[in-house]
Design a protein around this ligand. Structure first.
Ligand SMILES: [Zn+2]
Length: 130
C-alpha cells in the first residue's frame, strides 16, 4: 500500500456528530472489498462519519521492529464510511434503515432517543455504551 498522504479531513462539530450505527451493532457492508459481509462494529468515529467493523476491510500493514514490538505484517481493520454499512435489526435480523424516536426512559423519565427498525418497527437493542 502506498503511503497515503493525510487528507484534509472534514470533521463534524461534536454536537452534530451522530451516527445511525452504534458500537456493538451487527452491520451489513454495502460497498467496498467486503461488500455483502457482516460484522460487529468495533468502534465508531462519529465526527468522521466512519465505523470500524471487526475483521472487515482489513489492510495489511508492514511494521518495523520497535522496542518491544517485533517487525512483521499486522492486519488491521480500516474505517468504513458509515453510509456504506447498514444496521442489522436485533429483532427481525434483517438489514434495515433506522428511524429515531424519543421516549421517556429511566428513573427520571427523560426523553431519550431510541432507534427503530424501518422494517419491523421494533426498537433496536443497544449493546455497549460509549
Ligand atoms: Zn426489524
Amino acid at each position: 500500500m502506498a503511503t497515503a498522504k493525510k487528507k484534509e479531513r472534514e470533521r463534524k462539530p461534536l454536537h452534530l456528530a451522530k451516527l445511525h450505527v452504534h458500537k456493538g451493532d451487527n452491520v451489513l457492508v454495502l460497498a467496498g472489498k467486503d461488500k455483502g459481509k457482516r460484522g460487529v462494529v468495533q468502534r465508531t468515529m462519529p465526527r468522521d462519519n466512519k465505523v470500524v467493523v471487526d475483521g472487515l476491510n482489513i489492510a495489511k500493514k508492514h511494521v518495523r521492529a520497535r522496542a518491544g514490538v517485533p517487525a512483521g505484517i499486522i492486519e488491521k481493520p480500516m474505517p468504513l464510511h458509515a453510509s456504506n454499512v447498514m444496521v442489522i435489526c436485533t429483532e427481525c435480523g434483517e438489514p434495515t434503515r433506522i428511524a429515531h424516536d424519543r421516549v421517556p426512559m429511566g428513573a427520571d423519565q427523560k426523553l431519550r432517543v431510541r432507534r427503530i427498525c424501518k422494517r419491523c418497527g421494533k426498537a433496536i437493542e443497544e449493546h455497549t455504551r460509549g
